[in-house]
Design a binder for this molecule. Structure first.
Ligand code: GLV
Ligand code: MG
Length: 335
């Protein structure tokens, strides 16, 4: 049986309703910080000015003996700073970990009114979203929060990819989804030790041509999963994101991976290092030349129907919609 779209609205008495009225923001990068490190917390006011979203990471990359310190540090940084238009997110520990219940209960209790989104790692099916959805509903009611806290799932297990459509449709609390290429590679037994990006071994050779070298062309290892994620997200009104790019010494490869994701429909990517912030800003903001062309298409077809020629190329109702995507994004980024 297909459940109605709003079946999983929070059920707790007093839970907030206005999911549909959440502010729409440019979300070109989700910038990760390790909140247990005091030096990092001191830089938050500076970071907030540079990024669309700042995320306090509590999960992988935080050592087991620093989990409590990371949680306390995140609460401290949330209390100490004004985030203005910048989104405040946290990545909690996985639902089968010993830390996650305290992550959720303590953070929502202390700074739930400032928290925009909880990123949930290793989501395998809709049941993971339902659990967090109901727990958040109870905590929102207990603390009289008036703004719903949204959920962002990381797609990073083979089972999660299998259930991607159900995850996207699991709750009106869903904000979006990110590809987690490192955990996904392990889950699938892919033979790589990289965090995202390409691999020199994943290439195809062109046909041999006499006298010319036969060099392989690298393929995008993540194309299939990004495509599935983007379709599941778009069909449910969510945003899709590329996740981490771990080789900080290769900004060109990072930019190229981000650009593939952008062209395929992603709204943004994770930035794990300050040097990746400008890359994400550049890639996930539309090219001004393309925006100019898109604006000409909208002007040439004021009611969005028919067919016109612009610079020798046919435009019609479908390209009008493509142009609107670009113009709307340009407006969002300019805000
Ligand atoms: C991110 O969490 C990843 O596993 O790539
Ligand atoms: Mg992961």
């Amino acid at each position: 049986m297909k459940l109605p779209r709003n079946f999983y609205r929070p059920l707790a008495v007093g839970a907030p309703e206005p999911f549909r009225d959440m502010p729409v923001r440019a979300e070109r990068m989700i910038h990760f910080v390790p909140p247990h490190i005091e030096k990092v917390r001191a830089k938050i006011p500076d970071i907030v000015k540079q990024v669309d979203i700042v995320l306090g990471n509590l999960e992988d990359a935080i050592p087991a003996d620093a989990k409590e310190a990371a949680r306390a540090g995140f609460i401290e940084m949330a209390e100490a700073n004004d985030f203005g238009e910048t989104g405040l997110w946290t990545r909690i520990n996985a639902l089968n970990s010993p830390w996650v219940l305290d992550d959720i209960v303590e953070i929502v209790g202390a700074i739930g009114d400032k928290l925009d989104v909880i990123m949930l790692p290793k989501v395998e099916g809709a049941w993971d979203i339902h659990y967090l959805d109901q727990l958040l509903a109870q905590l929102e009611a207990r603390h009289s929060l008036t703004k719903p806290i949204l959920i962002h799932a990381i797609l990073e297990t083979a089972e999660g990819v299998n259930n991607v459509e159900a995850i996207a449709a699991a709750s009106p609390r869903m904000h979006g989804m990110s590809l987690g290429p490192a955990d996904l590679a392990a889950s699938r037994a892919m033979k790589t030790t990289r965090v995202g990006g390409g691999h020199p071994g994943y290439s195809v050779l062109p046909d041999p041509v006499e006298g010319s070298a036969r060099r392989g062309v690298q393929q995008d290892l993540w194309h299939y999963t990004i495509a599935r994620m983007v379709d599941a997200c778009a069909a449910n009104g969510l945003k899709a994101f590329y996740g981490p790019f771990g080789d900080f010494s290769d900004p060109d490869a990072c930019e190229s991976q981000f650009r593939n994701a952008f062209l395929m429909g992603c709204a943004g990517a994770w930035t794990l290092h300050p040097s990746q912030i400008d890359i994400a800003k550049r890639v996930f903001s539309p090219d001004p030349e393309e925006v100019k062309l898109a604006a000409r298409i909208l002007e040439a077809m004021p009611d969005g129907t028919g067919a016109v020629m612009i610079d020798g190329k046919m435009q019609d109702d479908a390209t009008w919609k493509q142009a609107k995507v670009m113009v709307d994004l340009a407006k969002l980024v300019a805000r």
